[in-house]
Design a protein around this ligand. Sequence first.
Ligand code: AMP
Length: 287
Amino acid sequence: MSVEIIETVRAMQARSEEWRAAGETVALVPTMGAFHEAHLGLMREGRRRADRLVVSLFVNPTQFGPGEDYEAYPRNLEADLKATEDIGVDVLYHPSAEEMYPEGYASYVEVEGLTDTLCGPSRPGHFRGVATVVAKLFTAVKPHVAIFGEKDFQQLAVIRRVVADLHLEIEIVGMPIVREADGLAMSSRNLYLSAEERRTALGLSGSLVIARQMILDGERDVQTIEEKLRSHIEAAGPCTIDYVAVADQETMALKETIDGPLLIALAVRVGPARLIDNTVIEPPASS
Ligand code: AMP
């Protein structure tokens, strides 16, 4: 079945209105393309959850900082289109940057607090760009439900906040991280990695497995855990650690003690790629 490609906001709104008028529900999976298995998983979930499925493909310039990889970001429309056909996507929403941010564009969505830690400080303006583009995608696609991955755990928290604060009537679904067989979290940016860098990148997921086990074994000192994360990552090969952190799953505030549901998150530069990974942990209450 061929997928309809829509490139303008007005045409997307009209298509969605048509579906809604017919009593159909709409799911949205926002992406930046260069699809891998994790993207396809989100799409299948969207397919299950609604009558109509829209996948947006937009490499959003406002979420990339100066010197980041906006220009170099992998773009592969033909293969992506084929993948959406195989899944049975109804519409691939593929606006241009000019359509999304025309001359004179001046409005942004800013989320406070949640963006003060983790990727917030190391990518100034990133979450402002994410919150803005997601709000705009919601306005264009008018979904009942939108599906995101927990690989971008802080992004998911930001989007949930936007939906709650702006009273948007959209259910937000988070899906678990999808990994390669060796543990590396799938990412379009993995395409940047040489074979050697790919081996180094395994330090990220490997360190999370170790940290999780330390906590389950009773370790309660955040500094000890962070030191172990750092030493494991650095031992895997040449890289630059952006941050490793233990944070509250809801507020993203950094934790000083290991208690309650927590998030271990990290960002590491390996060669040309800035990679992120995380794991959520429920420490046993007794220890
Ligand atoms: P991206 O195209 O990288 O912006 O990602 C689009 C969506 O796919 C986001 O909701 C991401 O969180 C999600 N995603 C990307 N990689 C993974 C992964 N390895 N596991 C789960 N979700 C992912």
